[in-house]
Design a protein around this ligand. Structure first.
Ligand code: ADP
Ligand code: MG
Length: 232
């Protein structure tokens, strides 16, 4: 896909080792991964225009090649409900970023569709020096960070591999639906794993992927944070 390789090559030419979130969002979308709608705003009035187009509520996020973990920089505000809140949020995010890292190159604020909250999962890819690209799957938050309850497969993966990955984590029961919760759409997760596998096989300059989180619903799923690291 020419679009994907030009996004990657342009970033590398600029000396960047990571795509900006809206670039990673576009790359994932071009491979058919369901993502939240995004629009970059350089001014607060542009942010309001974007929010009107996307529809309220929205999420605001810092866009800077020097800030990879946005929350750490006070760079994410969810559930922004009006034009006034967008303006206020825009300024707050820019100020937070400057305080977090004075020398950060701030390109603007991403206005993003707010996805209804749901079970959060993580789909990732890291490169193993021996085996090459490996896909990772797990539930979000403490399941990955504290319990390390994740599954891995070397890419490329088959549909059967993807199904096994989802089912072999200890927390799989949560996805099946417990305590009156509806079951999560496992096929939607399998589909994302397969598409990420194809993306990394066809684009060897991608060094790491972190879709964290992906919200999974009874019907469908949506990646709300897409991070892609690069290596020439
Ligand atoms: P970080 O760079 O800190 O990982 P994220 O983009 O993941 O930033 O945002 C932090 C958290 O905000 C996410 O883990 C998620 O819970 C919530 N969030 C982010 N984007 C959205 C969205 N579009 N809709 C709903 N919640 C979101
Ligand atoms: Mg995240």
């Amino acid at each position: 896909m020419t679009n994907v390789s030009s996004i990657i090559d342009d970033a590398l030419k600029e000396g960047r080792s990571a795509l900006l979130e809206y670039e990673a969002n576009a790359v994932c979308s071009l491979y058919g991964v369901p993502v939240a709608k995004v629009k970059l705003a350089k001014t607060s009035s542009e942010a309001v225009k974007n929010a009107d187009e996307i529809g309220y509520p929205v999420v605001l996020k810092i866009v800077s090649p020097d800030i990879l973990h946005k929350s750490d920089a006070g760079g994410v505000i969810v559930n922004v409900k009006s034009a006034d809140e967008v303006k206020e949020g825009f300024n707050k995010i820019i100020n937070n970023a400057k305080q977090y890292k004075a020398e950060a190159n701030v390109l603007g604020v991403l206005v993003q569709e707010m996805a209804p909250s749901s079970t959060e999962v993580i789909v990732g890819m890291t490169k193993d020096p021996t085996w090459g690209p490996a896909l990772m799957f797990g539930l979000g938050g403490i399941f990955v960070e504290v319990l390390k309850d994740v599954s891995f497969r070397v890419a490329p993966i088959t549909e059967r591999d993807a199904n096994e990955m989802v089912r072999e984590i200890k927390a799989f029961k949560i996805l099946e639906g417990i305590r009156g919760q509806p079951p999560a759409d496992i096929d939607a997760i399998v589909d994302i794993l397969l598409k990420i596998s194809k993306l990394v096989m066809e684009n060897p300059k991608i060094d790491e992927i972190d879709l964290n989180p992906v919200f999974v619903y009874e019907d469908g799923a949506k990646a709300v944070d897409t991070r892609i690291l690069l290596k020439e």
